[in-house]
Design a protein around this ligand. Structure first.
Ligand SMILES: Nc1nc2c(ncn2[C@@H]2O[C@H](COP(=O)(O)OP(=O)(O)O)[C@@H](O)[C@H]2O)c(=O)[nH]1
Ligand SMILES: [Mg+2]
Length: 319
C-alpha cells in the first residue's frame, strides 16, 4: 500500500477500512505523514458525536459499548468505537488488517472498532485518541464511542475530549463511591448504574443521588442516573435516549461549543509546545546539547536559567 496523501485522505473520507487502519497506525507512531493527513481531512470533521464511557475495570463498559453501538446501528447511524483498554474483549469477529470487530457486528460495515494500546505513545495517549476520533469523524462515523478505564490523568484527559461523558458504576465494588476520583464525579454527564441486577443497587443509587446533589449543575444539566443490566440489554434504550437528550441540551445551551473551544485551546497549546520543542531541541544534536547542558547544570557549572537562554539563543528565538 503506497498511496499519495490526497488519495489516502479521500479513501479515509470514503470510509475505506484499510486506509483508516493505516492512518491510525501512523497516528500511533506520531509520524509526520499523519499530521499531513489530518490536516487534509480536518475540514470534513466536526460532525461526529463523541461519547466517552469510563469506569473501573469490570464494571461492564465494553458490554455497554457493544449495546450502545447496536442501539445506534438500529437507527442507521455509522458507529466508530475506540477502546483505550487492552483488555476490552472486542474479538471474535473478522479481523482485517488491524481492525478488530465486535462479535455480532462482524457483518456490519457501518461500524469500525479499534483497540489502542494504553501506553507509550509519543505525544501522549490523549493526543493519539483525539486524532483517531478526528479520523473516524472524517470517515463519516456519526457516533464515536470511546471506552476508557477511569483511572489516571491520561484517561481523564481522554474523556474530557468527549461531548458526553458516561461514568459507569456497579454495586458491590468496595461499596464506596467515595473511592471514586472526585474528578470523575465532576466530568460525568450521565451516570450509569450497571449490573442493576445485583444486590446493593438501590443503596448505590441513593449514595449517587446524594453525591450528585452536591455537584453544581453545568449549564442547567443535572447528571441523571440510569440503571442498566448491560448483559440483558436492559436500560440501554433509555441510556441512548438520555445521551440524545444531553446532546440537544448542550447544543442549545452553547455548552458544546464552549467545551470544543476549551478542548482546542488546550490542544493548540500542546501542539505549539511540541513544535517549539522540536524546533529548539529536535534531532540528534538537540538531544546531545540537552544532555550537555543538563550535565553542566547538575554539576553546578551552569545555572538552569542561563542554560534555557542558551538553547533559545542557539535556535534564534532569543537574542
Ligand atoms: N450480572 C451482570 N454482569 C454484567 C453486566 N454487564 C456486564 N457484565 C459482566 O461483567 C463482566 C465485565 O464486563 P466488561 O464489559 O468486560 O467490563 P469492562 O471491563 O468495564 O469493559 C463480563 O463478564 C460481563 O458479562 C450486568 O449488567 N450484570
Ligand atoms: Mg472493557
Amino acid at each position: 500500500m503506497n498511496y499519495n496523501l490526497p488519495d489516502w485522505a479521500e479513501k479515509v473520507r470514503a470510509g475505506d477500512i484499510r486506509a483508516i487502519s493505516r492512518a491510525i497506525t501512523a497516528i500511533e507512531n506520531h509520524s509526520p505523514e499523519s499530521e499531513e493527513l489530518l490536516q487534509r481531512i480536518f475540514p470534513a470533521t466536526g460532525k461526529a458525536y463523541l461519547t466517552g464511557i469510563t469506569g473501573a475495570p469490570g464494571t461492564g463498559k465494553s458490554t455497554l459499548v457493544d449495546r450502545l453501538a447496536t442501539y445506534h446501528r438500529q437507527r442507521h447511524e455509522p458507529v466508530g468505537v475506540i477502546a483505550v483498554d487492552p483488555t476490552s474483549p472486542y474479538t471474535g469477529g473478522a479481523i482485517l488488517g488491524d481492525r478488530i470487530r465486535m462479535q455480532g457486528h462482524s457483518s456490519d460495515d457501518g461500524i469500525f472498532i479499534r483497540s489502542m494500546a494504553t501506553r507509550g505513545f509519543l505525544g501522549g495517549l490523549a493526543r493519539a485518541t483525539a486524532e483517531v476520533a478526528l479520523l473516524l469523524d472524517a470517515a463519516g462515523k456519526r457516533q464515536v464511542l470511546i471506552e476508557t478505564v477511569g483511572v489516571g490523568q491520561d484517561e481523564i484527559d481522554i474523556v474530557r475530549l468527549a461531548d458526553c461523558v458516561i461514568v459507569v458504576l456497579v454495586p458491590g465494588l468496595g461499596d464506596d463511591i467515595q473511592n471514586m476520583k472526585a474528578g470523575l464525579m465532576e466530568i460525568g454527564d450521565i451516570f450509569v448504574l450497571n449490573k442493576a441486577d445485583r444486590e446493593g443497587a438501590d443503596r448505590l443509587e441513593e449514595q449517587l443521588h446524594a453525591m450528585l446533589s452536591l455537584v453544581m449543575p453545568r449549564d442547567g444539566w443535572h447528571p441523571p442516573v440510569i440503571r442498566t443490566v448491560a448483559t440483558e440489554n436492559s436500560g440501554v434504550r433509555e441510556l441512548g435516549e438520555t445521551v440524545e437528550k444531553f446532546r440537544k441540551h448542550f447544543l442549545t445551551s452553547g455548552g458544546r461549543e464552549k467545551k470544543h473551544i476549551e478542548h482546542w485551546s488546550k490542544r493548540l497549546v500542546e501542539m505549539l509546545e511540541s513544535r517549539l520543542l522540536e524546533k529548539v531541541l529536535g534531532g540528534k544534536t538537540g538531544e546531545t546539547k540537552l544532555r550537555e547542558l543538563a550535565t553542566a547544570v547538575a554539576q553546578r557549572k551552569k545555572d538552569p536559567f542561563s542554560a534555557v537562554s542558551e538553547i533559545l539563543k542557539d535556535s534564534g528565538l532569543e537574542d
